[in-house]
Design a protein around this ligand. Structure first.
Ligand code: IVH
Length: 690
């Protein structure tokens, strides 16, 4: 092809127009593959090159710019706020059910109503689609001749606000539909969906806001709402919003599917993002069981759902069944118990963990969260309290998800009266008076007094636990009783317990006392690795304890092995080795070990010196990780967590690296090297789910 300059002008223009159209199609296709299908076929750099080429062409020929051009995602701010938009049909709501019984009652009502309409048989035979009820913001999008022309909020259901320019900035919202896939696609199509933010994106954004000294968002929903209602679309564009679509609101000039199940698939083929969670059911009870499954499974989803939606699959039937007020009879929200609530923070109590870590706990006015009453919740650490600016007397947001310990997410700043008091940082341990210290690179405060009374019960509980010395019948309450009575002050004292001592305790009779003594005596024969776990050496979990026991053979040998030697053991690693040496250097440790040995607790095993190490066990066995950037815990903790699962952690990226775990503000050189070597990078959530 001759250079452009030598072509007659109109011909050059025609070529440019053709190329621009081609680039638009390619970019829209790749955008869809990347953001909707999660299956890109070109690199980011190649995408950028195409994008710049199109932008240059459009700059030279502004008349070629089309509204669905990918260069047009971020437009100019609306001069006078958001215009009002009338929806073509009411944007309905849903009736709620809170459990399976509610759901079945809905179905019974539905069948009775259907009978009065002469639809009994059709309704009794109806199938159901169950979808996640995403806790985001409802949006209504209009496509004319396949091009995105208008996007609106739900508003009052009849009239919403025109947020077209903001919605255009969402990469998951196609600017043009892939209508060519459907010769009979409607000329006007209005669809409904939910805009939301994923939980990792939400956490990341809130952390950035906190770092910048700005107010974080109370929850993902508020975040999404705030982002969509920005007057300047450039601000919306910077917020990581995403969307799922699930319904046709109205259409004309073509056909749309007859069932909800087909609708979901059809929306997907048009290029709109659709959730892959929905299922369809012949049997209503199976549909309800599916909803119930998600009461716990929602904890594994990367976004918030507040329930499931059960829908009659037959859309014509659903329409015929009519409405009660704003709620269609043919659909039902199966709501989950709320996992967050607000209450008043009355005080901050302090407890000491097994390793001496100081844990601030919130004393709350009791409140229901996720189906249980909560009066205490963790505040993580004092740095977190300061970062979130939590004060005594604050109305606070309390969250709880699945097995996660309830925690205080933050204050409701707008509810402040001025009477709130700052939370002061303790300088000494409330149990033993020792001066508290911080470990390098960590935010937690520690009481380093091994004999601190506040730690004794945790240490004993850990020692007797199932994964350690497994002493049956020695639960939390009895440990507390033994300490309270002054019978034990460390784990070695357990072996000196006498039956007449136990008989003085509340609820102890002959048999129970004897059983406990027998169980304690039996623990003398546990393997060395169990004892090592039980002693609660920092970072020494199951895998490391097994490796140490195999190589050292006895506690005495372990106490005298250098960090260099320990590190050579497969499954031990640098962090664990240093922790063992630190531990071995403490005089209190020597006293305790001697006391245990005197009590005949001194398991040994023949050390394996020359044989090759048993391959490390655990899910990360044989895998090498590099950790970079800020994660939810100090890097050392993350490394120990990996090592405890059989993985290795190194400082630099090489061909031998299996994964690079990337946190906030990672070391660029590590990330670049990983990319260059084709080593997968994962975030913390990715690591945890490996
Ligand atoms: S169906 C007739 N399906 O939940 C259609 N709603 O009151 C009625 N929502 O804010 C809505 N996910 O936007 C439906 N898969 C889903 C949904 C869903 C979230 C929202 C909806 C509304 C609320 C229901």
């Amino acid at each position: 092809m001759p250079p452009m300059g030598t072509l007659p002008l109109f011909e050059a223009d025609a070529t440019a127009a053709r190329r621009a159209a081609e680039l638009r199609d390619m970019l829209n296709e790749h955008c869809h593959r990347y953001h909707v299908l999660d299956a890109p076929t070109i690199s980011d750099a190649e995408y950028d090159a195409l994008f710049h080429e199109l932008r240059a062409l459009e700059a030279a020929h502004p008349e070629m710019i089309t509204p669905d051009s990918p260069t047009q995602r971020v437009g100019a701010p609306a001069a006078e706020g958001f215009a009002k938009v009338a929806h073509p049909r009411p944007i309905l709501s849903l009736a709620n059910a809170f459990d399976a019984a509610d759901a079945r009652a809905w179905r019974e009502r539905l069948l009775r109503h259907a009978e009065s309409l002469g639809l009994a048989e059709r309704t009794a035979a109806a199938r159901f689609v169950v979808e996640p009820k995403i806790d985001g913001l409802t949006v209504v999008l209009t496509y004319r001749d396949g091009v995105f022309t208008q996007g609106a909020t739900r508003g009052d259901g009849a009239i919403g606000e025109d947020i077209t320019t903001n919605l255009r900035t969402l990469r998951r919202v196609p600017l043009s539909l892939r209508s060519n896939a459907h010769p009979h696609a409607p000329t006007t199509l209005v669809v409904r969906g939910e805009v939301f933010v994923t939980l990792p994106d939400f956490e990341r954004m809130n952390n950035q806001l906190r770092t910048a000294g700005e107010k974080p968002f109370a929850n993902p929903r508020n975040f999404a709402a705030g982002a969509l209602r920005q007057i300047d679309p450039a601000l919306t564009a910077r917020r990581p919003l995403t969307a799922y679509f699930y319904a046709v609101v109205a259409s004309s000039g073509g056909t749309t599917p007859a069932t909800q199940w087909q609708t979901l698939a059809w929306l997907g083929t048009l290029g709109l993002p659709v959730s892959d969670i929905p299922q369809h059911f012949d049997d209503f009870d199976a549909a309800v069981a599916f909803c119930e499954r998600y009461v716990t499974q929602r904890d594994d989803l990367p976004f918030e759902i507040d329930g499931m939606v059960i829908k009659i699959d037959d859309l014509e039937l659903a329409e015929l069944l009519g409405y009660v007020g704003r709620d269609p009879r043919g659909a039902l929200a199966f709501k989950f118990p709320a996992r967050e609530a607000t209450t008043v923070l009355r005080d901050v109590a302090i407890s000491v963990g097994r390793t001496g870590n100081i844990v601030p706990a919130a004393v709350l006015d009791p409140v229901q969260v996720g189906g249980i009453t909560i009066a205490n919740a963790t505040l993580h650490n004092f740095e977190d309290i300061a970062r979130k600016d939590i004060r005594i007397g604050d109305r606070v947001i309390v969250k709880r998800a699945g097995d996660v310990i309830p925690y205080v997410a933050g204050p409701v700043v707008d509810a402040r009266t001025g009477a709130e008091r700052a939370i002061t940082l303790p300088t000494t341990c409330p149990f033993c008076g020792a001066v508290l210290t911080k470990r390098e690179g960590e935010v937690a405060l520690y009481c380093l007094n091994d004999e601190c009374a506040g730690r004794t019960d945790r240490a004993i509980q850990h020692y007797v636990g199932r994964g350690a010395m497994d002493i049956e019948g020695l639960g939390e309450k009895i440990v507390a009783q033994l300490i309270e009575a002054g019978f034990v002050s460390d784990v070695a004292d357990l072996y000196a317990l006498q039956k007449d001592q136990l008989l003085t305790l509340d609820k102890f009779a002959e048999k129970k006392a004897q059983n406990l003594l027998d169980a304690i005596a039996a623990s003398r024969n546990r393997p060395l690795e169990r004892l090592l776990i039980g002693l609660g050496i920092r970072h020494v979990g199951e895998v490391a304890a097994r490796a140490l026991a195999r190589r050292c053979g006895s506690i005495d040998a372990m106490l005298t092995t250098s960090a260099d030697e320990l590190q050579k053991i497969d499954g031990v690693g640098k962090i664990i080795a240093e922790s063992v040496v630190d531990w071995a250097a403490r005089p209190t440790v020597h006293t305790l070990v001697a006391k245990l040995q005197a009590a005949d607790v001194n398991p040994t095993q023949t050390p394996v010196i020359d044989a090759p190490d048993e391959p490390p066990q655990g899910p990360f066995a044989g895998k090498t990780f590099v950790v970079t950037g800020t994660l939810s815990q100090p890097r050392e903790e993350i490394a120990a967590w990996i090592e405890a699962r059989g993985g290795k952690v190194t400082d630099s990226v090489s061909k031998k690296t299996s994964f690079v775990v990337v946190g906030d503000e990672p070391g660029r050189s590590k990330v670049d090297k990983a990319t260059a070597l084709g080593i997968p990078t994962i975030d913390e959530q990715g690591l945890r789910s490996l």
